[in-house]
Design a protein around this ligand. Structure first.
Ligand SMILES: [Mn+2]
Length: 350
């Protein structure tokens, strides 16, 4: 069975403490569960924002190689891959804007790359051997991250960074990113062709990445907007895609994610906006990260749980001890704070 672990964002100490609390131990060069009876399953977003990004990647990679963990890609890994990949026209698949740079800065800095220097304003994936040890190490780590699937499905559970729809999963599967449950693919799944197609809106690779890694958004009514955490004006909002479309939805407060649910909560939801709400009717539980939740961890639907509780913003690093539960329970969340200290109710381990 699996211990599904939320967004880490470079919080290596918290990750070690959480693994320890879950019963994993460092043996033979990697963290493992005694007797290999359980495996960790990571929802992605290992990099950016936090203090020990290279160390976090080394730990996760060690577990994947020891077969004591599985992982899917988060939007931060995908964004890093596109940031560092040339677009063929003198730019990059992810534009090097101030906002994008700010999101990726902690990673660049910890790999010793000064992104403000002209030399640093380059991708490490465009040349086989970039100058500087840090740049070479980042290149090597990004090459490894490309092997992460966009989602995973085992016979008991589904894991995806942001949102599950059957359609998006099928679109990812038609491309070369088809996941193989129970294995870590040895070859890059997110290859150059995939990256290029996914960076432009009209391809199924792009639709798959948007839904699976970034979530589902709806356009706000004409003229409505809010400021996001980076101070940019936003005319769209992420929605709680897992909500039952048959349940009553009246206003943005019912369907939008923060901060739009608060700031624009009074706005009505049109039938057209409502159609964008897929709900989740699958029989396997789905675990996601991505949403910067706060408060006490709990499932968001009978078979959907978010494990991102904002460790990189003063919150906690959260896991779910999955025992094959057909309906998820608040009792199965296990967490630590950013310094690795235990939080919440004590968990009794079998
Ligand atoms: Mn994310």
């Amino acid at each position: 069975m699996y211990d599904i672990i939320g967004d880490i964002h470079g919080h290596h100490e918290a990750l070690r403490a959480l693994l320890y609390r879950l019963g994993y131990r460092f043996r033979g060069g990697a963290w493992r569960f005694p007797g290999a009876r359980r495996r960790a399953l990571f929802v992605g977003d290992f990099i950016d924002r936090g203090p020990q990004i290279p160390e976090t990647l080394a730990l996760v990679r060690g577990m994947l190689e020891a077969d004591s963990a599985l992982a899917v890609m988060g939007n931060h890994e995908y964004n890093a891959l596109t940031w560092h990949t040339p677009d063929g026209n003198g730019g990059w698949l992810r534009r090097h804007t101030v906002t994008h740079r700010k999101q990726h800065d902690a990673t660049l800095e910890q790999y010793g790359i000064d992104s403000a220097a002209p030399e640093g304003d380059r991708g490490v994936l465009d040349i086989p051997s970039p100058r500087g040890r840090g740049a070479r190490r980042l290149r090597e780590d990004l090459q490894w991250l490309r092997a992460l699937p966009l989602y995973l499905e085992t016979d008991s559970v589904r894991v995806v960074h942001a949102a599950w729809t059957d359609e998006a999963a099928a679109e990812a599967q038609n491309s070369r990113t088809s996941p193989r449950a129970g294995s870590h693919a040895p070859t890059p799944l997110v290859d150059d062709a995939f990256l290029h197609r996914s960076a432009f809106g009209q391809y199924r690779e792009s639709r798959a990445v948007e839904t699976l890694l970034k979530g589902i958004e709806i356009a706000l009514p004409e003229g409505a907007w809010y400021l996001d955490k980076e101070g940019s004006r936003r005319h769209k909002t992420r929605i709680r895609w897992w909500l039952d479309p048959a349940a009553p939805v009246r206003t943005m407060a019912d369907i939008a994610m923060p901060p739009a649910d608060r700031e624009l909560g009074h706005l009505p939801v049109s039938p057209r906006q409502r159609e964008k709400l897929p709900g989740y009717t699958g029989s396997l539980p789905v675990f996601v990260g991505h949403y910067w939740f706060t408060g006490t961890p709990a499932p968001v639907a009978p078979r959907v749980a978010c494990l991102d509780y904002s460790v990189a913003r003063g919150g906690i690093l959260c896991a779910y001890r999955f025992e094959g539960d057909p309906v998820l329970s608040g009792e199965h969340f296990v967490s630590v704070d950013a310094s690795g200290g235990p939080t919440g109710r004590p968990h009794r381990f079998a």
